[in-house]
Design a protein around this ligand. Structure first.
Ligand code: RB5
Length: 142
């Protein structure tokens, strides 16, 4: 699975740590590439557009809190970016919401939690059934 990852300066350190921890994932790093201050909507939208276009099956977005970059990504049609904080929310993001992007806060979660959440997010299938009807209702809002 080809996975895109991007962050702003608030998520840069966690992005680098995550790539090292999950070295078997086929990462495509869309930046930012250093700790200089940047604007999270630029990185959230750029990654989300490429996920929505089908270039990547999943994406990982990180800013300081995870909030801004997830809000930006969710403006792109076809994107369901889930702001996750632990293993449970990462699992539900896939099983119930069919999220295609996981967002997290570089100032919120530690490296181990981030790696666990990402592993779960990349390996868990959507349950469908009653959840499919609800996701279709989200799509109808777009
Ligand atoms: C940048 O300081 C910070 O505002 C950003 O990383 C993010 O937390 C916004 O939601």
């Amino acid at each position: 699975m080809k996975v895109a990852i991007a962050a702003d300066h608030g998520g840069f350190d966690l992005k680098e740590a995550l790539k090292k921890k999950l070295s078997t994932v086929e990462w495509v790093d869309l930046g930012t590439h250093n700790g200089d201050s940047v604007d999270y909507p630029d990185f959230g939208a750029a990654l989300a557009r490429r996920v929505a276009a089908g270039e990547f099956q999943r994406g990982v977005l990180i800013c300081g809190s995870g909030i801004g970059i997830s809000i930006a990504a969710n403006k792109i049609k076809g994107i369901r970016a889930a702001l996750c904080h632990n293993a449970y929310t990462a699992e539900m993001a896939r099983k119930h919401n069919d999220a295609n992007i996981i967002a997290m806060g570089g100032r919120v979660v530690d490296e181990n939690t981030a790696a666990t959440m990402t592993e779960i997010f990349l390996s868990t299938d959507f349950e469908g059934g009653r959840h499919a009807r609800r996701v279709e209702k989200i799509q109808a809002l777009e």
